[in-house]
Design a protein around this ligand. Structure first.
Ligand code: URP
Ligand code: ZN
Ligand code: ZN
Length: 461
């Protein structure tokens, strides 16, 4: 029987090896690596290209409720289209339980929103209201069903849990076999500094960065790790921005805490100074934790190189600059406190790391694959179906052309925001062809197949 697709002449990389081999694909799976392929319905010649596992972005916010009047720019259609163009074949967005809401209802409604996605997807749950009903019944049932990752916030007044709430949520996660993702910033420190800044009339976007200092992240990281240590639950420290938080992670790992650590492009190539741009343009860089400085960028690079970080995710959280309730704000609300937190980045995550990391010699291809695909699949129970090039794995493959040079422009991107914080950034290397379960969905700058993304069934331990 001929293969559906054969990829010839490429340089294949996994998280372990780089080698030359042809790849045969049948019925959405990889069925042969190397050797004589026989006939094929379609052949893609990947000479001079890298053939990598499709990107998995395990930290994205899509169509998530964001406060009164504030609407996230992307729905699943636009976000997953942008994800595909950026070399991704799986994304993992968050289902938010709003306070007073049932987690089960939130999850059912959110799953419906994902219908029609252009890439595969899995979910994380966000618990903001750990009632006896949620912790006693709803969360255990969802974890048993396969939703094996729960996020809690230490920051954001409308979402944060106190330590007692975090401990109780962690305990349920431990007993039912889930890991707990934590947004680590000390909200009381931030509220104190934000009130002081407002009193001083310091309302411009830059105050977002000065009121969310490294100390607030370091303290919360230490506390989250301590709580996970006490409960003995696996923890994911998301969007780490600085060396002090990295040190806390290294120390806790040495004590035996089971930690997955994540950083994001904004902590490698953006800076707090970007929030000082004139005419409220600094609002385009408002995310939490905020970008830091060049010394902290170096610390994050060291963390990527040393293996301290397991995951490189986008934390895509798209708002529009020109929306009345978006990044620009109506005149009367012009304060950093009203700028929604989060920046778009689902399409630019992989090109930025490929260019700044692989092409500039900071990391090799195997580390790139681990940080952008394999480790996400391992961390969230999708491996080896996802995240690798191996016989029997889903044929989720991205073919990279290392010769392509591009200047990032939002007008070329596919999300539904109206700006990119990376506008003008130059990259070398681009994901040219994206294959989802054996079907090329992006080729030559075009989407070539209609939506076929499905929910990934996550395996139990
Ligand atoms: O600013 C950010 N990161 N917004 C997204 C929500 C979160 O904190 O992950
Ligand atoms: Zn967060
Ligand atoms: Zn996030």
């Amino acid at each position: 029987m001929p293969y559906d697709l054969v990829i010839t002449n490429g340089t294949v990389a996994t998280a372990a090896d780089v080698f030359k081999a042809d790849i045969g694909i049948h019925d959405g799976r990889i069925v042969q690596i190397g050797g004589d392929m026989g006939s094929a319905t379609r052949v893609i010649d990947a000479a001079g290209k890298y053939v990598l596992p499709g990107g998995i972005d395990s930290h994205v916010h899509i169509a998530q409720p964001s406060g009164p009047g504030i609407v996230m720019a992307d729905d699943f259609d636009s976000a997953t289209r942008a994800a595909a163009f950026g070399g991704n074949t799986t994304v993992m967005p968050f289902c938010l339980q709003e306070r007073g809401q049932s987690l089960t209802t939130a999850f059912r409604d959110y799953r419906q929103k994902a219908e029609g996605a252009h890439v595969d997807f899995g979910f994380h749950m966000i618990v903001t209201d750990p009632t006896p009903q949620v912790l006693g019944q709803e969360l255990p049932a969802l974890i048993e069903e396969g939703q094996r990752s729960v996020k809690v916030f230490m920051s954001y007044e409308a979402m944060r849990l106190d330590d007692a709430g975090i401990l109780a949520t962690m305990d349920v996660a431990r007993r039912h076999g889930a890991k707990v993702m934590v947004h680590c910033e000390n909200e009381d420190v931030i509220a104190f500094l934000a009130a002081r800044a407002a009193e001083a009339g310091d309302l411009a976007p830059r105050a977002h960065a000065t009121t969310r200092p490294v100390a607030a992240e370091r303290e919360a990281t230490h506390r989250a790790l301590t709580l996970a240590e006490v409960v003995d639950v696996p923890i994911v420290i998301v969007h780490v921005s600085n060396g002090a938080a990295i040190d806390e992670i290294a120390r806790a790992r040495a004590r035996g805490v089971n930690i997955t650590a994540e950083t994001c492009p904004q902590y490698l190539v953006l800076e707090a100074n970007d929030l000082s741009r004139e005419n409220w343009e600094g609002a385009k860089f408002v995310c939490s934790p905020p970008p830091r400085d060049t010394a902290e960028q170096k610390n994050c690079w060291l963390g990527l190189q040393s293996g301290l970080f397991d995951l490189f995710s986008s934390d895509h959280c798209p708002f529009r600059y020109d929306d009345a309730q978006g990044k620009r704000n109506p005149e009367g609300l012009r304060s950093f406190r009203h700028i929604p937190n989060g920046i778009p980045g689902i399409e630019t995550r992989l090109p930025i790391l490929f260019s700044e990391g692989v092409m500039k010699g900071r990391i090799d291809l195997t580390r790139f694959v681990a940080l952008t695909s394999t480790n996400h699949a391992r961390a969230y129970d999708m491996y080896p179906q996802k995240g690798t090039i191996a016989i029997g794995a889903d044929a989720d493959i991205t073919i990279w052309d290392p010769q392509i040079r591009r200047t990032i422009k939002h007008s070329d991107l596919h999300d539904a925001s109206d700006y990119s914080p990376y506008e003008g950034f130059e990259v070398t290397g681009w994901p040219e062809t994206v294959i989802l379960r054996g079907v090329p969905i992006v080729e030559g700058g075009m989407m070539t197949a209609k939506a076929i993304g499905t929910e990934v069934l996550r395996r139990g331990a």
